[in-house]
Design a protein. Structure first.
Length: 246
């Protein structure tokens, strides 16, 4: 059962945060996202409040996290867990060589060029085909991506999200990334909390549930999360520094 709201933030928790649709409103293009100063201050304050036990768990590459939050060097898992920057500052990447995606990259790129409104996001280790601008192309985008994933063989799988379908190496997800962080300082021994809004965040919710933490779904839709916040604005209010003051 999913309950409205969420328990008040606690300094002994470990915080795992999705980005797009959770901390930042979705835009027609991933490149259109901007991080305002208020959100940056909120993340900085949360980091201090939780003794550094804060990580972003996102579908974006870690390089994109650094572009959006310059100078912060946030702990992060990128591309749904295909890459991870630990508290020690070490970046690990779990994926076959990117060149294996060359044929799929070319075919998806050709399709995006033929169909205005489709957008190919090349993350190097994975490929995301967005149809936010033309949702009527959803069926076409999924069929095309499914065919390319099948051609790549069993080592690759599809991930469906909000008006996006992604081809990525099989076996890594947000739940696994959270488990990896929880095995190391400063996360070890804390109660995990994960906020996310999309289908791919369900892996994180299920992991946090297994660890007796707080899983928080942002927005509508069926979910395994135990709590729900209405939207990005509600997330920012929940995380706002004045509410965490002691």
């Amino acid at each position: 059962m999913t309950r409205a709201g969420a328990p008040a933030p606690h300094p002994e928790w470990a915080y795992f945060l999705d980005m797009d649709g959770t901390l930042i409103s979705l835009t027609l293009s991933p490149d259109g996202v901007r991080v305002d100063r208020r959100l940056r201050r909120t993340i900085e304050a949360l980091h201090e409040f939780a003794g550094g036990a804060v990580a972003l768990i996102t579908g974006r590459p870690i390089a994109e996290v650094d572009r959006l939050f310059p100078g912060l060097d946030l702990l992060a898992a990128g591309q749904h867990g295909l890459e991870r920057r630990s508290a020690a500052g070490r970046v690990t990447r779990h994926a076959p060589p990117a060149r294996r995606l060359d044929a799929a990259r070319r075919r998806l790129g050709e399709a995006a060029a033929r169909h205005p409104g489709l957008l190919l996001e090349d993350k190097e280790l994975s490929l995301a085909l967005h149809y936010r601008r033309r949702p009527q192309l959803a069926g076409y985008a999924h069929r095309l991506a499914r065919a390319q994933a099948a051609a790549l063989g069993p080592g690759y799988a599809l991930r469906a999200g909000k008006r996006v379908v992604e081809i990525a190496p099989r076996g890594k997800d947000k739940g696994g990334a959270i488990a990896a962080f929880m095995a190391e300082a400063p996360f070890r021994g804390r109660t995990p909390v994960f906020l996310g809004d999309d289908v791919t965040d369900e892996f994180g919710f299920r992991m946090v549930n297994r660890l007796a933490g707080h899983s928080i779904k942002v927005g509508p839709g069926r979910t395994d999360a135990r709590w729900r916040l209405a939207d990005v604005a509600a997330v920012r209010r929940w995380l706002a520094p004045p509410r965490r003051a002691r």
